[in-house]
Write a protein that binds this ligand. Structure first.
Ligand code: ATP
Ligand code: MG
Length: 401
């Protein structure tokens, strides 16, 4: 019965001259997310986006299921509603309500004997007769003709069912649901970034957050084969695959850090190992970002979470990369991040127990405040590291997860 989807956006709507670029990007992303539907048209009409079938027929149940599954991943969308679009007449609106209300009322009657409902009508065409109040009265009467009035109750505040109706200058429509979108800005409306993606809980959430601000993420993961198993990379690959459902598939770069870790293990103070690893990770990431023209790195760091994330250590690690580092979770409580991971579907993947590259040869008492002068002295003990870095960078593998 639904022959169109109305999509609303919020943050894009307050953009000035650039608004059209954001809207175009959102429409492109929606075509991509809905690519399993071959016969649709997505159009911008005065501050809204409309999806219709090219043949103007109703969507099938399978098509609606795809739309319900995919559109909550379209960053930039505030909400969307499947609608029954009809011509602008009271008779057509009544027919639309008559043809569409039954499943909603039937579902509500299974829960309570009397169902509360309300009609919310809006006219953007003020010449249309009757006015909004009049439309509401007429459509309420239509529903009272279908069901026993004793089993109905009009409730303007907390109705179990709201029948929304809108009359525009070209057409009218009726709908029952407002499904939330993810909000934010369309992926691709800002510069792409290179995300340091581990198998942990945090970095996938950080990726999601920054995609939501319009940045496409390529992913870089470090492993320490043979000190970490193949399962370490496989796990990250699954996480990257999942994250790619929110954007046009991006690449996963895979880097083996083990040769450098062995060098650090053999020559440097064990208490500084993690920080030394992390500085090497940042150097590799910065080189890769430069090669692929990515303007920023992204991590899942949060202040105070582990020894390497004290302010002092974050500063010392960050100093190794001459590039903007985005840390969207910096002020998050761990539980907030866990809830977010659950919401976006990465928690289950992250919870799989697999060793991480950072923990290879990791000391039991890592230093919590290492200042740059100290770490530079440690790095002076491994003068061969720049050459080794080049070898490691040259051996990075690329795949589309
Ligand atoms: P996460 O849950 O993201 O692993 P964490 O709390 O375990 O975070 P760390 O392991 O110290 O914290 O890592 C901090 C950040 O450094 C991660 O969020 C990620 O961005 C990056 N990072 C850590 N390990 C790796 C890795 N093996 N490959 C790529 N990036 C990594
Ligand atoms: Mg980690």
């Amino acid at each position: 019965m639904y022959n169109a989807i109305i999509c609303r956006y919020h943050e894009i709507a307050i953009k000035g001259n650039n608004r059209s670029m954001f809207e175009t990007r959102l429409v492109e992303n929606m075509y991509y997310l809905l690519r399993r539907l071959h016969d649709i048209r997505i159009a911008r009409v005065r501050g809204r986006i409309w999806i219709e079938r090219k043949d103007k027929n109703s969507f099938t149940d399978d098509q609606l299921a795809i739309i319900r599954e995919e559109l909550p991943r379209a960053f930039g969308l505030e909400s969307f509603s499947p609608v029954i679009m009809c011509e602008r007449s009271l008779a057509a609106l009544k027919t639309a309500v008559n043809n569409s209300c039954r499943p909603y009322f039937a579902a509500a009657f299974t829960k309570q004997p009397a169902v509360s409902f309300r009609i919310r009508a809006k006219r953007s065409d003020k010449k249309f007769e009757p006015d909004s109040k009049g439309i509401e009265i007429e459509l309420a009467a239509e529903i009272a003709r279908i069901y026993d009035p004793d089993s109905l109750e009009v409730d303007l505040e907390n109705a179990a069912i709201t029948v929304w109706c809108e009359v525009r200058s070209e057409f009218a429509f009726v709908y029952y649901e407002v499904i939330r979108g993810p909000g934010g800005l369309p992926v691709g409306s800002n510069s792409p970034v290179l995300a340091l993606l581990s198998g942990g809980i945090d970095s996938p959430v950080a990726c999601y957050q920054i995609m939501k601000r319009g940045c496409r993420c390529d992913f870089l993961t470090f492993h320490s084969y043979p000190y970490t198993p193949q399962a370490t990379v496989d796990k990250v690959r699954r996480i990257a695959h999942h994250l790619n459902r929110f954007q046009c598939p991006a690449r996963l770069f895979i880097c083996n850090l083990a040769p450098l870790q062995k060098l650090i293990r053999d020559k440097c103070n064990p208490r500084f190992r993690t920080i030394l690893y992390r500085r090497m990770m940042f150097r590799i990431a910065a080189a890769l970002a430069a090669k692929h023209r990515r303007a920023a790195l992204l991590t899942g760091e949060a202040v105070g979470q582990v020894a390497s994330q004290t302010i002092a250590n974050m500063a010392t690690i960050g100093a190794a990369a001459d590039l903007l580092v985005l840390r969207p979770l910096v002020g998050n409580d761990k539980n907030e991040t866990i809830r977010a991971a659950q919401r976006i579907g990465t928690l289950e993947l992250s919870n799989e127990p697999v060793p991480d590259s950072c923990t290879v040869f990791a000391p039991s008492n890592p230093a919590t405040a290492v200042f740059p002068s100290k770490i530079i002295a440690e790095e002076a003990k491994i003068p061969e590291y720049p050459d080794l870095l080049q070898e490691i960078i040259a051996a990075i593998e690329t795949l589309t997860p």
